[in-house]
Design a protein around this ligand. Structure first.
Ligand code: GSH
Length: 213
């Protein structure tokens, strides 16, 4: 398999965690989104969404969108399951995963932050306020849902699911942007625990071949 990824892209990080949890090997292709490589014609021909990640299966099948990639991997390589088969468990996992993937990540994506500053003339201070606002809105909800339904060392039980696969990169991003996460004890305990797991360590931004220091 081939993975097009950027070391500190949280959506790439999700897919790297899923691949590592399933023990799947892949060749890594760095796409530097800081300098716009995701918009170069050769890459857009592969991924019209102009973002990372992109997975190319051994038979040449190309899949973009981290959630579609992980859903594919979970069906094609089901061990360990990241999306439970039990209806209620699956629904709870998807609830948290979608909160992060649909409500939180898109509004703080690189292209949105760039549009705010470059097209709308928003100051760095207001951009930071925007970022923190959407992190707080999202994590307030994640923390409340975990209090209501979560149990164990991971979001649901003691084994990672898609909820943890989405949570860890989003927390990592929020910390990188200097957000205060002290109000989220449950979510942070899960984050700290997941970081001790080898698959999360292998997938971490600091351990990627395209790391920029
Ligand atoms: N919904 C997509 C988002 C992909 C995406 O936009 N990824 C970010 C990195 S986390 C990116 O490539 N951003 C480049 C940009 O905004 O220009 C997914 O889950 O894969």
């Amino acid at each position: 398999m081939q993975l097009y990824s950027f070391f500190n892209s949280s959506t790439s990080y999700r897919v790297r965690i899923a691949l590592a949890l399933k023990g799947l090997a892949y060749d890594y292709h760095g796409v530097n989104i800081r300098v716009g490589e995701q918009r170069e014609p050769e890459y857009v021909a592969k991924n019209p969404g102009k973002g990372v990640p992109l997975l190319v299966e051994n038979d040449g099948t190309m899949i973009s969108q981290s959630m579609a990639i992980i859903s594919y991997l979970d069906e094609r390589y089901p061990e360990p399951r990241l999306i439970p088969t039990d209806l209620i468990e699956k629904t709870r996992v998807l609830e948290i995963a979608n909160l992060i993937a649909c409500d939180m990540h898109p509004v703080n994506n690189l292209r949105i932050l760039g549009y705010l500053t470059k097209r709308l003339g928003v100051s760095d201070e207001d951009k930071s306020g925007w970022y923190n606002h959407w992190i707080k809105e999202g994590f307030d909800a994640v923390e409340a849902l975990l209090e209501r339904y979560g149990h164990g060392r991971c979001c649901f039980g003691d084994e990672p699911t898609l909820a943890d696969v989405c949570l860890v990169p989003q927390v990592g991003n929020a910390l990188r942007f200097g957000c205060d996460l002290s109000g989220y004890p449950r979510l942070m305990a899960i984050y700290e625990y997941c970081l001790t797991l080898p698959a999360f360590e292998q997938a971490a931004p600091a351990n990627q071949p395209d790391l920029i220091k």
